[in-house]
Design a binder for this molecule. Structure first.
Ligand code: ZN
Length: 111
């Protein structure tokens, strides 16, 4: 398995996700309660946008956690094995997303 290639891919992913988190962080600041300049509807829009940004941030943080776990585990001999059945995860699957922890059959059984 090309662990070097997977590792550099993980590092690129890590940077991308970190940049996204910084982006949504500025979008998920508390909604300003300035009644004079913001109408009722646009305030609701702003709150909706904020909720979406927060959900997005949660997703990105989960992704970052998965990437870091994979980066920690990649040096181990059992990297690339399914955590459920211990079979090897197909290399093509890992190349697509190195954070996969399930093989194809376990992943489809879970989903
Ligand atoms: Zn499996």
């Amino acid at each position: 398995m090309d662990k070097k290639g997977l590792k550099s891919k993980l590092l690129v992913l890590e940077e991308e996700v970190q940049a996204l988190i910084e982006q949504v962080e500025s979008a998920s600041k508390p909604v300003e309660l300035d009644q004079s300049s913001v109408g009722r509807l646009s305030r609701m829009d702003a709150m909706q946008n904020q909720a979406m940004a927060l959900a997005n941030k949660t997703r990105q943080n989960e992704q970052l956690h998965k990437i870091r776990t994979a980066l920690r585990n990649i040096e181990r001999d059992d990297f690339g094995r399914c955590v459920e059945c211990d079979n090897h995860i197909a290399e093509g699957r890992l190349l697509l997303d190195p954070t996969h922890i399930y093989c194809v059959s376990c992943a489809s059984a879970i989903e």
